[in-house]
Design a binder for this molecule. Sequence first.
Ligand SMILES: C[S@@+](CC[C@H](N)C(=O)[O-])C[C@H]1O[C@@H](n2cnc3c(N)ncnc32)[C@H](O)[C@@H]1O
Length: 294
Amino acid sequence: MRLRRSPTPNLAPNLASTRASNPADSAAPAAPGAPPAGTILDAYVREAPTAQLAIDLFRGEWASLLPAEIDAHAGSIPLFIDPRVDWIVGQAGGVDGRQVLELGPLEAGHTYMLERAGAFVTAVEANTRAYMKCLIVKELVQLQRSRFLLGDYLPYMEATDRRFDLTMASGVLYHAPDPLRLLRAIARVSDRVGIWTHYYDPAITGPESAHARVFVEPPYTAGVAGVEVSLHPRHYLEALQLQGFCGGSAPSAAWMELEGIVDVLRGLGFTEVEIGETDLAHAHGPCVLLYAQR
Ligand SMILES: C[S@@+](CC[C@H](N)C(=O)[O-])C[C@H]1O[C@@H](n2cnc3c(N)ncnc32)[C@H](O)[C@@H]1O
């Protein structure tokens, strides 16, 4: 019997054309014994394994200061020892043994804190680079009870049959193009939510302010659960050019006002809304820490 073979993909012409189009190759011949540049061999590491090698896969893109147990330098923001997480966990009465849904884990700093506090974490991240960074951290700090899902948390929450003891929504509401849809989805999957977010305050982010250049369109009214609020379109502009960009997947978001956030949470059935620390002078606009439960 004769077997019919399907054609085998041949990478050689692609590699050859890559080499030919690389001016560095024609300018300087490779050192004797060095692997040829512009091939898959570029993807190999030839040093003994270190945490830094893994971190440097995304060199210059890290935001977080890593915990001391990881012997590597990444960013400078202390997201692995974040008092906002401690406050939310405290408001929720602890998370030991509880199922926590984390929205937008970025580099898994809060995931690390939640797991160390005893939680089982499901973290949903849409940015592929952030997702890979989470997996690197997961390996380096050996997270055991945390799962990272690559995808958009909105359709996930709108469709899942799972319920969570707490949703951690830190740093995501002000990145949402449709924040009311986000709050409604959160209310669908859990009775407790911790939020840290920037918000629009006419006195601080209005047309006369330093923030005006990103709020170029007029506000509009939208509603959910019988509550109508003002939303303020905010554009990312040049921030979209950064590899370490950590916003949403659309070129703009819609910022809520603080009163609107509280009203919508109440409208969605969160009978207890606790406002923690606010910072009106934050460089990126006023921000607030909130906890709500029903
Ligand atoms: C500002 S960072 C917040 C990181 C962390 N939660 C914190 O509070 O420090 C926002 C994160 O949410 C992710 N993100 C934004 N929109 C998302 C969406 N629709 N689905 C999943 N992840 C999203 C971003 O990629 C980013 O990692």
